[in-house]
Design a protein around this ligand. Structure first.
Ligand SMILES: [Zn+2]
Length: 238
């Protein structure tokens, strides 16, 4: 992804990861602007950093290399994260993404898109599953924090798992897991129904698209079937 390298103070990260690799992505909120995060991370007195920051407009700043250890989730307080290793500093096996704004903010679509595309890239590089066990909120490591606020984690994970760009290069057969309505011309339940596919029947998909929280298969005729009603609820996975 297009991003600006900002870097951080030498004392605010460690080269390498002591032999560990990222196995999860921690989501944070800056409680301020993207620029304020960069200033804090470049201040050697702050002793904090994160790998990335995502702005409200979708701007992406990088402060620490993914292969290095950022200081974003090293304090463990009553962790609720299922996969936490109580004996190892979480900074050693997580990638931290900061987000511009306040805890109560609803992320603009541009911020969501940039964050989900970034999470998808990181997950691909480190073989991290795009699910709720591996995309986590900072407060699941440190319960004394509210970070990252009210972010819609289900949407974040769903959109990270579904590429916003149609990625299939050939048609495939999809099976209806229930009776499904084929939507005419656009991926929405408000679109007219062009036909009904009985449960268990197959149909051809030429691609897929993401609309809001939902993934949709696209037929060769450019009609849409909600992927959740099929045997391929996540079209991005082959
Ligand atoms: Zn945080």
């Amino acid at each position: 992804m297009q991003h600006d390298w900002i870097g951080c103070a030498a004392d605010n990260f460690r080269k390498g990861r002591h032999g560990f690799e990222p196995k999860a992505i921690a989501i944070h909120v800056i409680v301020g602007s993207l620029e304020s995060a960069g200033m804090t991370f470049r201040d050697p007195r702050s002793s904090v950093s994160a790998h990335y920051g995502v702005g409200k407009s979708g701007r992406l700043h990088q402060f620490v290399e993914e292969a290095d250890t950022a200081f974003h989730a090293g304090t463990v307080v009553e962790a609720t994260w299922r996969l936490i290793d109580p004996n190892i500093n979480p900074n050693l096996y997580t990638v931290g993404i900061e987000h511009e704004g306040q805890p109560q903010d609803t992320w603009p679509d541009e911020q969501f898109r940039a964050s989900t595309a970034l999470a998808r890239e990181i997950a691909g590089r480190w073989k991290i599953a795009l699910d709720r066990d591996h995309i986590i909120m900072h407060r699941e490591i440190r319960a004394s924090k509210t970070c990252p606020g009210s972010v819609d984690m289900e949407r974040l994970i769903r959109e990270a798992a579904c590429s916003p760009v149609p990625a299939m290069n050939s048609a495939r057969q999809i099976r209806a897991a229930m009776k499904v309505h084929v939507r005419c011309g656009r991926p929405a339940t408000s679109a007219a129904i062009s036909s009904v596919i009985p449960m268990g029947s197959e149909f051809e998909a030429a691609g897929f698209t993401v609309s809001g929280n939902a993934c949709w298969h696209e037929t060769p005729a450019h009609d849409y079937v909600w992927a959740g009603a099929t045997d391929r609820p996540n079209p991005a996975q082959s």
